[in-house]
Design a protein around this ligand. Structure first.
Ligand code: FEO
Length: 396
């Protein structure tokens, strides 16, 4: 158990590291775990910022009691109601019956519907402040980053932005909670995977929230998941800006499915040609890689080649899952190539062309379609696709 960590005078991280949950939201793998970050301010009045998933209540309350040292808890600010952050509320209210829950109008709806909490709720409006004694909190309503009630809390004296899910990432923090205690580049993959899996659909709202916060002197970013950025708070803000703007690196990801190795032959021809041209593609077998990791790389690279057999006159199901999720996230600004194989009637390539059109992505020719096993001509087309894709991503 990581003990409470001081962020500033009288402000503590009292979050928990979760190494036991296998799937975040019962969907997303957690190979490096995850944190639920919660913060405790003791500035005359005492306030928690967000809580933790309810399974971790015992560890959590131990930390809170340790900091409070017999004093009571006055407020709990709910920046976000998803149960990984609101899960300890009922227990806290049992222990501190006078505790005031602070949120906005939408928070109040969720409080009632999730937990039947409708008393002791203080509703705040955008930019309203709460005085805690020697510290002042200012609330910014940032809806749909990631739910309708999401808001951020800015601590004015030390410039700490408690940002909710925004600027968060997967991976537990066993070696230190601050960006200057670890190599933050080692967390970037898991931060992008969190962004692309959880937040990316709401990219426009992330950018809107950033505009709203642009005037603030942010000296520390303390989100609900992952590292606290006190050395380079602008670093994670810039990453989120880049990803929310659909900017990408000059690289290619190949997401493929192959039932009997014929689609794979074409993928290998394409990958070989890309590599010969100086771009080593990232390859994902969609049957064996959770789509979480594939979507993460789609968010990283400007080029995407999707290779799918036709299955029941449509996409191969593991590829279908990837494409459906990319539809959800409304991915933009990518160059996309198609490799398809079919036995008698086609179907997969039409689905992929529709995916490209729906999302206004750039189609990279040639379209490669093979009947059963690829011919020499098909393999040559794969090389041509690789060359065109390399050109497209270098331009992007
Ligand atoms: Fe970590 Fe949207 O909750």
């Amino acid at each position: 158990m990581t003990p409470p960590v001081s962020l500033a005078k009288d402000i503590f991280w009292v979050g928990v590291n979760d190494h036991t949950t296998d799937l975040f939201e019962s969907i997303w793998p957690l190979p490096r775990g995850v944190t639920y970050n919660s913060y405790l301010i003791d500035a005359g009045k005492t306030a928690l910022i967000d809580t933790v998933k309810k399974n971790f209540y015992e560890e959590y309350i131990g930390k809170i009691r340790g900091v409070l040292n017999g004093r009571t808890l006055d407020y709990v600010v709910v920046n976000h109601m998803e149960p990984d952050h609101s899960g300890a509320l009922l227990e806290l209210l049992k222990l501190y019956p006078q505790l005031i829950v602070v949120g906005n109008e939408k928070t109040a709806e969720f409080l009632k519907n999730f937990y039947r909490i409708d008393t002791n709720v203080k509703i705040v409006k955008d930019r309203e402040t709460l005085e805690l004694g020697s510290r002042t909190l200012e609330f910014y309503l940032t809806p749909m980053v990631h739910w309708p009630e999401t808001m951020m809390t800015y601590e004015k004296q030390d410039g700490i932005l408690f940002s909710g899910d925004a600027f968060g990432g997967f991976a537990a923090l066993d070696k230190g909670v601050f960006d200057d205690q670890v190599d933050p580049s080692g967390y970037e993959e898991e931060t992008r995977r969190y962004f692309s899996n959880i937040v990316a659909k709401y990219s426009a709202m992330v950018l809107k929230a950033m505009q709203m916060l642009a005037h603030l002197d942010i000296r520390m970013v303390a989100s609900t998941h992952g590292l606290i950025y006190r050395q380079h708070p602008r670093h994670v803000i810039e990453l989120y800006r880049k990803w929310s703007s659909y900017e990408a690196d000059a690289g290619v990801v190949i997401a493929y499915g192959s039932m009997y190795g014929n689609t794979l032959k074409m993928v290998e021809a394409c990958a070989g040609a890309l590599e010969a041209g100086g771009i080593k593609p990232v390859m994902h077998d969609a049957s064996r890689t959770h789509l979480s990791f594939i979507v993460n790389d789609v968010w990283k690279y400007a080029g995407l080649i999707i290779a799918s057999p036709t299955y029941n006159m449509s996409l191969f199901p593991p590829i279908d899952a990837v494409v459906t999720f990319l539809d959800h996230t409304k991915v933009k600004n990518r160059s996309v190539g198609i490799i398809e194989s079919h036995g008698w009637s086609g179907g997969a390539s039409a689905c992929l062309q529709e995916f490209i059109q729906r999302n206004q992505l750039r189609f990279v020719e040639p379209l490669v379609e093979a009947r059963c096993a690829p011919t020499q001509e098909n393999l040559v087309s794969c090389s041509r696709l690789a060359q065109a894709m390399a050109q497209a991503v270098r331009k992007a």
